[in-house]
Design a protein around this ligand. Structure first.
Ligand SMILES: NC(=O)c1ccc[n+]([C@@H]2O[C@H](COP(=O)([O-])OP(=O)(O)OC[C@H]3O[C@@H](n4cnc5c(N)ncnc54)[C@H](OP(=O)(O)O)[C@@H]3O)[C@@H](O)[C@H]2O)c1
Length: 331
């Protein structure tokens, strides 16, 4: 009998997740109801938001229940279908969970076109994080040619994509990252104008030096101290896009910005983005991003981890910064 290997949320983390917060179990592959599709999951996406999903209660999405398969974006191929729109062999993605087989309603699946790029890209630059970068920057940040865009967490999948789109739009781009290798990557591969090693550099001093006219668009993935330093350097009319706050996700109490009055003096705009609000426009972003990838204006990298048993170490790469590129678990 084919077994479904699943990662369950066994307990809720207090602070940083530990291995004991998860349990691996094997279950029979689920029966298919009418309208459902059975997907063999080939790749599971690890995303910073998963930390929030482990908490009780509801924010923009309800928390994962204890004993439930850990929620995860994933991609794979159809092995059986009782839905008219899907047939065996189709490539699909969706919130399939951290498991090797998923039985899901057909309407919850997105069909993938692998001629646009390998499967892992459909969880990264052509998937949810790429959509976040595209709509977060263009719809919320509204960068104009000649403006300065500052991106925190810039070597991650969202940040690196944001910075490169801003370059395509004619902006000057400055980013922060947590290692010299990542900073080199931002400049040499992604075309950033400057990169700040936030663990070693004096971020405020470097930001002043790198953004002499101030920051026009601040795309923040990190929160905490970097958010405060960025706010202090806003140019008049700046747009601040709060995309995430990874420095705060494992803290018992999230710390908010102290420098928020700079929004007033800069006549700025502080805004947030939830990528799901743009779902109807994903095809437009996929078409544009894949065209840029094809003509070499965009670059992406994947940090591939093998084996569902490595779910926990793969997840933790996001919070300790040891990932270099989009973290994907091959199962
Ligand atoms: N709003 C939305 O709809 C939406 C959708 C997708 C993602 N997001 C957010 O976008 C952000 C980036 O996501 P991603 O998928 O691109 O992840 P990622 O950047 O590929 O990975 C996370 C990175 O965060 C950095 N980091 C970890 N702890 C940190 C800390 N204490 N201080 C500063 N940096 C830290 C690490 O890089 P370093 O080596 O540089 O430290 C790590 O590589 C996250 O905040 C995520 O929640 C939001």
């Amino acid at each position: 009998m084919v077994e479904n290997r699943c990662i369950l949320l066994a307990s809720r983390p207090m602070g940083k997740p530990t291995p004991n917060n998860f349990a691996e179990v094997s279950r029979p592959v689920p029966e298919l109801q009418e309208g459902m599709v059975l997907v063999k999951v080939d790749m599971i996406s690890l995303d910073p938001a998963m930390r929030g999903w482990m908490n009780e209660g509801t924010t923009y999405i309800r928390g994962v229940a204890l004993g439930e398969v850990m929620r995860a974006f994933a991609a794979g191929h159809v092995v059986r279908s009782r839905h008219p729109d899907f047939a065996e062999g189709d490539w699909v993605s969706g919130l399939l969970g951290a498991q090797t087989y998923a039985a899901v309603p057909g309407q919850n699946l997105t069909r993938l076109d692998l001629s646009l790029g390998p499967l892992e890209w459909h969880l990264g630059i052509l998937g949810m994080p790429g959509m976040t970068a595209y709509f977060g920057l263009l719809e919320r940040g509204r960068p104009q040619a000649g403006e300065t865009v500052f991106v925190s967490g810039a070597a991650g999948i969202v940040g690196a994509t944001v910075g490169q789109i801003a370059k395509i739009k004619g902006c000057r781009v400055v980013g922060t990252a947590g290692s010299a290798e990542k900073c080199r990557y931002l400049i040499e591969t992604c075309g950033f104008d400057a990169a700040i090693h936030y663990k070693n550099d004096d971020v405020a001093a470097r930001l002043k030096e790198c953004c002499p006219e101030g920051i026009h668009v601040f795309f923040d993935n990190v929160g905490g101290e970097i958010l405060d330093i960025g706010l202090a350097h806003l140019a008049r009319g700046a747009r601040v896009v709060i995309c995430g706050a990874i420095s705060q996700y494992n803290e018992p109490q999230m710390c908010g910005p102290r420098n928020y009055m700079k929004i007033v003096t800069a006549r700025g705009l502080l805004t947030g983005i939830i990528v799901f609000d743009f779902q109807e426009r994903y095809p437009e972003a996929v078409a544009q991003l894949s065209a840029w990838l094809k003509n070499g204006q965009l670059h992406t990298r994947t940090d591939l981890v093998e084996g569902i048993e490595n779910f926990y170490p793969a997840l933790m790469k996001l919070y300790n910064g040891s990932n270099f590129g989009k973290v994907v678990l091959k199962v």
